[in-house]
Design a protein around this ligand. Sequence first.
Ligand code: SF4
Length: 297
Amino acid sequence: MTAGPLVAPGLPVPPGSGWPEDPATPTTPVATDAAQVRTLAAGAVQAGGLGELMARQSVCRACTRLVEWREQVAAVKRASSRTQQYWGRPIPGWGDDDARMLILGLAPAAHGGNRTGRIFTGDRSGDVLFASLYRCGLAVQPTSTAAGDGQRLIRASMVAAVRCAPPVNKPSVTERDTCAPWLEAEFALIAHSVRVIVCLGGFAWQAAWPMLRSAGFTVPRPRPKFGHGAEVTLAASAGTGAQVAAAGAGGQVAGAGPGGPVLVLGCYHPSQQNTFTGRVTPAMLDEVFGRASRLAA
Ligand code: SF4
């Protein structure tokens, strides 16, 4: 693992203390409840910066249960990582600012993203996922093991619907809704370039629709059903596009707005259980990401 800063064992990494790819500083504002998440997310979008948004995401403390869990995991650790410093903070979005593809996951793994500070990094799901992204020309390396390891996405971005590792990988509905403004704000800032969204699993699929609506897309009713290979094309609502930047209200997040139609693609989550049982295979992932890559280009 790439060396992190020296901090007291068991404490999360202090913002701006030298951890690779840490977007925050000691003065980054911290949200401590759902209302503050909304305010700080909207403020970061209006200031126009993905960097500031990521920084604010990465220090959030709005969900009491998840904050306690992520910090407890970071303190106790697992036996094979006992000598490592854990990140122990929310995992911000990560990738290319001009992404044409957004990969949407559920939440960071307790000993994966919560340990390394980067989404899908340092766990088995990420191993399978990054190998496929590399084969499909979407990542510069076949592995993603630690922040600062040189891995980079190519015209793609990754984000989790919920940014803190939840117990048994199950965030509550309230936690999902509390975290949603971070997701909506992030998408508002990249929607102008995104052409394809790959949802890894049913939770991500459900989280995509409010995100898309808030960015100015027309979302079908009833909501489309999730499945591996499911596809839905969405058009921008009339009166959105560049005008979303001026609206910024009525359920829409201020931002550049859609740059054109977007295709939403369903893909089984490459969880350890799904890959062990063969529910999802490397070939199935390659098929989805290969198609997504061609369409996004
Ligand atoms: S899950 Fe989201 S809203 Fe809740 S504490 Fe983590 S970053 Fe904040």
